[in-house]
Design a binder for this molecule. Structure first.
Ligand code: SF4
Length: 452
């Protein structure tokens, strides 16, 4: 078809109203931005609400039973309230469960998944619209999406009007923790080569983003698949990526996403500690503070190893805040093991703690070996663990009061510090980074940042 015919066809096509709904983690949010940026404006009008859309892409999550349910629940609610709407499921739950759309008759299909390139999903959407396909026809049209050879997804444009954004530089995980469905959903490890990362970092900077979060599915595995690249790129460590990104992104700041304990090393910690515009914040999932449970989870470390990492961090800088995740009620977690976990966590000085109930996922080793676990016990333990987490958070706040911090001003007089504290900051322009003094209101306990 010649160019003029293509233009004529585009003019005659009725634009679909498209909304993208994201469930789950930062990697999914970054993928949704890529899907969004890859759809053609001539074919799709992007709408803010599900209710106004005729095509809703749901980027699904399956990390817990609840996340999987949420992905379906939102679809049911959209279909109930919007008779025009058709659903396109993509993301992790689609990779992990091939029949994910089966309960939705002819109003939903699955396209791509967590292993595939989100840009392929946008290309698919473009073809779908360009060929005026009906959703019931898509199965015969559905192309086979495999894991791409290279990690070359490029958001044509960073998200609009954002002060803070996520850039996914790594996909996949082969660690196979026994409880985790992610390796099934996301597949092999893949890293974005440094020159492509820097291209994107430059684009995010130019768009006005002031804090860029480098994220991945197993971020610490960055570089493991890049050994064959030329000398130009052969320093494929995460620390090097972080350093180079920070240099380019200055005066904006870079934050590192969640990183597993076995990937935290001195080079990385020193890069965080010694680079002015890398946030003093690391999120290092612990998952359990009991050695037997850590072994059953096949995490590959024990509490001594984890403590040693915390010591490396503290000796590099006392300013780095460390947050963590913990799973409560893993099927082999006895009452004593839970108490061990609680006590270990209390001794770690975390700045915050995310505690989750164990959620058994079909297809994982833990599901096969240990079954569902006891939901009631898990819920009771989560409550106890969160109480401990709240105390740790308050202790951390105390160490920061009357100290300097740098706040990124977001909406509604709210902001976030480099150590990931949410603060109130009045009368400052959205999207600016401001050096402040941190104060706490004696009555409400709320944190206020006062510009210096
Ligand atoms: S490191 Fe473990 S918990 Fe993290 S994605 Fe891989 S298998 Fe899942």
């Amino acid at each position: 078809m010649c160019f003029r015919d293509k233009i004529r066809k585009l003019i005659l096509l009725k634009r679909h109203k498209l909304h993208i709904h994201t469930v789950g983690c930062k990697a999914n949010q970054a993928d949704s931005v890529i899907i969004d940026s890859g759809v053609q404006a001539g074919l799709f009008e992007k709408v803010q609400n599900n209710a106004d859309a005729d095509i809703v892409v749901i980027n699904t999550c399956c990390v817990t039973v609840q996340a999987e349910r949420d992905s379906k629940k939102v679809a049911r609610s959209i279909l109930r309230n919007n008779p025009q709407a058709k659903i396109i499921f993509t993301g992790c739950a689609v990779s992990a469960f091939k029949d994910f759309a089966k309960d939705f008759d002819n109003r939903a299909v699955t396209v791509g998944g967590g292993k595939t390139s989100p840009l392929q999903v946008s290309q698919w959407l473009n073809s779908f619209a360009e060929n005026s396909l009906n959703i019931t026809e898509v199965n015969k049209y559905l192309p086979y999406f495999d894991i791409p050879d290279n990690f070359t997804d490029l958001p044509a444009m960073p998200p609009e009007n954002r002060t803070r954004a996520f850039l996914k530089i790594q996909n996949g995980c082969t660690h196979n923790c026994t409880y985790c469905i992610v390796p099934k959903a996301r597949g092999k490890e893949q890293s974005m080569p440094l020159h492509l990362i820097l291209e994107r970092v430059g684009a995010f900077k130019a768009s006005g983003v002031k804090e860029l979060v480098l994220t991945g599915v197993q971020l610490g595995a960055y570089g493991s698949d890049l050994e064959n690249l030329s000398n130009f790129e052969n320093n494929n460590t995460l620390a090097n990526v972080l350093q180079k990104s920070a240099e380019l992104f200055y005066p904006g700041r870079i934050r590192l996403g969640s990183i597993e304990p076995w990937s935290v090393n001195e080079e990385l910690v020193l890069t965080v500690a010694n680079t002015k515009n890398i946030c003093n914040h690391l999120h290092i999932p612990l998952q359990s503070g009991d050695d037997k449970v850590l072994g059953d989870m096949k995490r590959g470390y024990n509490t001594k190893f984890y403590k040693n990492i915390l010591e490396i961090i503290t000796s590099a800088s006392s300013e780095i805040a460390v947050g963590t995740d913990v799973i409560c009620g893993f099927p082999t977690e006895s009452e004593t093991a839970f108490e061990n976990s609680l006590n270990f966590i209390k001794s770690c000085g975390f700045s915050y703690l995310h505690a989750f109930s164990y959620s058994s996922r079909p297809g994982t080793m833990a599901h096969k070996l240990y079954g569902e676990g006891d939901r009631t016990t898990a819920k009771t333990r989560v409550i106890k663990m969160r109480e401990a987490g709240d105390k740790l958070h308050l202790q951390f706040i105390k160490t920061r009061i009357n100290k300097k911090c740098t706040v990124l001003v977001e909406d509604d007089n709210k902001g976030v510090t480099e150590t990931f504290l949410q603060v109130e900051i009045n009368g400052q322009k959205r999207g600016t980074l401001i050096d402040c003094m941190l104060k706490q209101d004696e009555n409400s306990g709320s944190l206020t940042a006062t510009p210096l």
